[in-house]
Ligand binder design. Structure first.
Ligand code: ATP
Length: 241
């Protein structure tokens, strides 16, 4: 695609104390696309997302979003700028109702009518959340909590949503369902998506453009339709010979 980048990482390095988790990552996400970062356990995928959303400050490099430098800005400012993060493990508020979890996602907004419309919109994507609206989120199944986490992020009306391993712990059937809805949200709302996944098969089918991360470095990138045809990807990520 030739659309302008909504997000650019230039030479980003992040570490946990002495442990270098990402070592000079440069990547772009184009407006309107679904981009994915694939890689094995511990490659640094979650660290990339945490660094983008301001949970972790990079040691080096820069991050720009919608043409603005957001490097090391605080997470609330980054949400207000239009970027929402769905963390690994969902992290819903277990004692709050489903509805209150959703409203927490909209805490940066003051347009009540818009918030009410977006609540309807997320119920349109995930009907089960309407049924469970009054229940504590902790009583939802893992798949429903993932749906809630995605919906909570949408309640901020993001232009870009970061999704950390939405398939984690879910059945293949539920994973497929959630991916289909993510694609619909992208197509219907125009929300750009950056998805990190160990499930390469699902990610390469849903996404337009992909990066492969190993040991904190990008080792390959291409359109997903081309990545799917590469021998290394077939062998190491798709389990084909
Ligand atoms: P996973 O799918 O297991 O989350 P990942 O590709 O997302 O893998 P990261 O979670 O980004 O990988 O981890 C990258 C590296 O940083 C790993 O070596 C990991 O052990 C280390 N790491 C991650 N979080 C921390 C932390 N809070 N403290 C110390 N080291 C960490």
């Amino acid at each position: 695609t030739s659309a302008a980048p909504i997000l650019t990482l230039a030479n980003v390095e992040s570490a946990y104390g002495p442990i270098k988790a990402i070592r000079g990552v440069s990547l772009q996400v184009r407006t309107g696309e679904i981009a994915t970062v694939l890689g094995p356990n511990g490659a640094g995928k979650s660290t990339i997302l945490k660094t983008i959303s301001g949970i972790l400050d990079p040691r080096k490099g820069s991050i720009s979003f919608l043409g603005r430098d957001i490097t090391a800005q605080d997470p609330a400012a980054i949400v207000r700028a239009g970027l929402s993060h769905v963390p690994e493990g969902r992290e819903v508020f277990p004692l709050l109702s489903v509805r209150d979890n959703l409203l927490m996602g909209a805490y940066t907004r003051s347009d009540r009518d818009g918030v009410a419309r977006d609540l309807e919109a997320v119920f349109g994507y995930f009907a089960i959340l309407r049924e469970r609206m009054a229940q504590p989120a902790g009583l939802l199944s893992g798949g429903q909590q993932q749906m809630l986490a995605i919906s909570r992020a949408l309640m901020a009306r993001p232009q870009l949503i970061l999704l950390d391993e939405p398939s984690l712990g879910l059945s293949p059937k539920l994973t497929k369902e959630i991916f289909e809805i993510v694609v619909r949200i992208n197509r219907e709302r125009g929300t750009t998506v950056l998805l990190v996944e160990q499930n390469a098969n699902m990610a390469l089918n849903a996404a337009d453009y992909g990066y492969v991360l190993e040991n904190g470095r990008i080792v390959m990138e291409d359109a997903c339709e081309r990545l799917r045809e590469k021998d290394d990807i077939k062998e190491f990520y798709l389990g084909m010979k």
